[in-house]
Design a protein around this ligand. Structure first.
Ligand code: SF4
Length: 277
């Protein structure tokens, strides 16, 4: 895992120094666990730049869970408006602020079970709070972590939840704090969902996806060109397997190019017509 994390960082420094993620930004600004919790809830399906801006504006105005819980909903909604689903999210963060204030004395819980009991907080958000707010070892798995882990062949999973379970078994605990941060930056900058930049990737020798695509293109380049006649025969065979296409004969020629009339009556009529002056 160390080779992977170091290789990712070296690639990003070489190719394109990455922007910090919104959560790293909030962590480094020492804004505290509550802003990281609220920032994580707001960041769902939102660009990092928008999240950071909104969280900073929100916390410049409301410094504590109580202040946010007692704010006018209309004012909170106006601040949150630049990000997606702002109506739902503004209601949700005010509800979370109220629970943190009344039930937990204004302190954000630092264990997974309590965090996932808060409205709108799933495993990924809870794990982000553990990592970025409390520096407790956890592996928050979002779409980037899920995709890259599968591409590398670290896991073979279908959902982020399965990926989290598999990674926690496979990755030594001392690396857990860094997996989300580095994988997310790598997913945003190099190993993108579509057209990953494998040609500049410093860990492609460790990547199953790259090995598979490289051997596929090798096989493609070695395959001899098929002779023309053989291709034609294959097309015929394929056609017969699927049945002829509408408007074509088995030979593949369109029906309008047929040699002559098909029924005996039609053939007779045609002969009479061609003999008449
Ligand atoms: S080789 Fe390509 S697919 Fe594999 S980790 Fe690097 S960028 Fe992603």
């Amino acid at each position: 895992m160390k080779r992977i994390l170091d290789g990712m960082m070296a690639t990003m420094q070489r190719v394109k120094p990455p922007r910090m993620t919104a959560l790293r930004d909030l962590h480094d600004a020492h804004t505290g666990p509550f802003s990281i919790l609220i920032g994580t809830i707001l960041s769902a399906r939102t660009r990092d730049e928008s999240t950071t801006k909104v969280v900073k504006e929100l916390f410049a105005r409301y410094k504590t869970p109580r202040e946010l819980a007692r704010a006018r909903h209309r004012d909170v909604e106006r601040i949150v408006k630049p990000i997606g689903f702002y109506r739902v999210k503004s209601r949700r963060i005010m509800e979370v602020a109220r629970i943190i204030d009344t039930k937990y004395g204004g302190r954000v819980p630092d264990d997974l079970e309590t965090l996932v009991g808060l409205p709108g907080v799933g495993r990924k958000t809870a794990n982000c709070v553990l990592v970025y707010a409390f520096e407790k070892p956890a592996i928050p798995v979002d779409i980037h972590v899920h995709r890259i882990s599968n591409r590398l062949g670290l896991v073979d999973t279908r959902t982020p939840e399965e990926t989290e379970a598999a990674l926690t078994k496979k990755v030594p605990k001392r690396h857990w704090l860094h997996v989300n941060d580095i994988f997310v930056m790598y997913g945003q900058n190099i190993c993108k969902p579509v057209s990953p930049m494998c040609e500049v990737c410093g860990i492609r020798s460790l990547c199953k996806y790259y090995a598979n695509s490289a051997s596929l293109s090798k096989r493609e380049s070695r395959r001899p060109a098929q002779p023309r006649q053989r291709r034609k025969t294959e097309r015929k065979t394929a056609g017969s397997a699927r049945g002829p296409r509408k408007g074509t004969r088995r030979s593949g020629r369109p029906s309008s190019r047929r040699a002559g009339p098909s029924s005996p009556a039609a053939r007779k009529k045609s002969r009479t017509r061609s003999q008449s002056p």
